[in-house]
Design a protein around this ligand. Sequence first.
Ligand SMILES: [Zn+2]
Length: 107
Amino acid sequence: MEIAIAAAVILAAVVGFFAWLHYWTKQVVTSQLETLARLPCRSCGATFGIEASQKACAEYVEYCIQRRKERPDLRINFAPRWDIRCPKCGARARFNFESGQLVADAA
Ligand SMILES: [Zn+2]
């Protein structure tokens, strides 16, 4: 009986942890997306907007998944940068989602 209770407590803790982790990750990504969406393009001054930001984030995730598939034997440290294209003028920019800043070396 005690073992069953202990198991239930551990299970609840594990489920709670993953629920929290999921929620926390979502919060962080949402705030990064909002930060990027509000930043002005360096070429034309227009803000990037949420749509272009979400696209940049999705492409980054896709890129990481592809690279991992190609080399599952490697542990790759991906640069924390999303490549974004200005929806207004088409200029490319890089967003460091850890610092919340645009990176200078846009290529
Ligand atoms: Zn622009």
